[in-house]
Design a protein. Structure first.
Length: 338
């Protein structure tokens, strides 16, 4: 497929704007159950505040691609952490996940990847998946290359299923950037992870649940009664105390994308209604849907609420707006093609 500069830029903007909107919409519902969300809001449809580390880490990941392109390595990512993140961390990182906190500690001890993603024992988290979208933007139509690049990033902070979650989302975004329909986007996610992995098994489970729901008359964004519960039953690890398991969050986000028929608002609002790591689920669903729909696919009322990030978790990206970052990514790719 041939891409025009404007078409690629539009999808890049839709992807990162959808990510930021999903992050912000889901933020107040993070770690809540679907029942608590329904009791408090009925259905979350309006952005109340700002985003979280999901958006800030995605901006940081995009900057790595702008600087290094297809030559990005885990060593370069580790160097960027040391040069741009660690000097500004005085005490705990606000809003950072377990994997990122552990990585900072490992890098301070002088370790290098892949040990930096192994020693903290939280490599399974969804920290890579939440920032994987820029890799898909940078590789439209090439899920394999998107997955390879995001793994270079992931080896610094993740291991095992945490890396596979990032690969799945980078692959999905790459396919969506090429205009693939939602079922093919999910197949692209499956194609870049081992079939016998926890991540792949969860994606297959939610695909089957959504398929059954659509077959029963719930499609195009409609939410059938019991669908949320069925998805939880399929992939949620109820006895585990934390909600940021990559195989769970990735699967639920792709479920929301399928349930929403690839539309940004339907995908994101359903995603955050699932609770658990709601900001990350919303961010991923918004990124994949936004890549497919472009900037105009993101509701104007949401887009108007997205401003420059504050840097509350990553001071190095303070003041950056996702639309400017998307333009930089698009320009970097277009320049590399010439």
């Amino acid at each position: 497929m041939t891409y025009t500069d404007n078409a690629h830029q539009d999808r890049a903007r839709g992807c990162l704007l959808g990510l930021a909107a999903g992050d912000a919409l889901g933020a107040p519902a993070e770690n809540l159950s679907p029942e608590q969300i329904r009791s408090r809001w009925g259905r979350l449809t309006e952005i109340e505040g700002g985003g979280t580390d999901d958006t800030e880490y995605a901006i940081f990941a995009a900057s790595l691609l702008v600087a290094h392109g297809h030559g990005l390595t885990s060593e370069l990512v580790a160097a960027a952490y040391r040069e741009r993140i660690i000097p500004s961390v005085n005490g705990p990182m606000r809003g950072a996940g377990f994997s990122e906190l552990g990585t900072i500690q490992a890098l301070r001890r002088g370790l290098e990847p892949p040990l930096t993603g192994l020693v903290h024992q939280h490599g399974w988290s969804d920290g890579l998946a939440m920032r994987a979208a820029p890799y898909g933007i940078f590789c439209p139509g090439d899920p394999g290359e998107a997955a390879r690049l995001v793994e270079e990033d992931g080896r610094v902070s993740q291991s095992g299923e945490g890396i596979l979650g990032g690969r799945a989302i980078a692959g999905a975004v790459a396919a969506a950037m090429a205009g693939a329909p939602p079922p093919d986007v999910v197949e692209a996610a499956l194609a870049v992870v081992p079939a016998d992995s926890w991540t792949a098994r969860n994606i297959v489970r939610i695909r089957d649940v959504i398929g059954d729901a659509i077959g029963g008359g719930a499609g195009g964004g409609a939410v059938a009664s019991g669908l949320v519960e069925a998805l939880h039953e399929a992939v949620v690890v109820r006895h585990y105390p934390w909600t940021d398991l990559a195989p769970e969050a990735v699967a639920l986000a792709l479920a929301a994308y399928l349930a929403g028929g690839g539309e940004v608002e339907a995908s994101v609002t359903f995603g955050v209604s699932l609770g658990r790591d709601a900001d990350t689920i919303g961010a991923i669903a918004g990124a994949v849907a936004g890549a497919g729909q472009g900037e105009r696919g993101v509701p104007e009322r949401w887009a108007a609420r997205i401003g420059p990030v504050t840097g509350k978790c990553l001071p190095a990206v303070a003041g950056r707006h996702v639309l400017d970052v998307a333009d930089e990514l698009a320009a970097t790719l277009d320049g590399a093609r010439r």
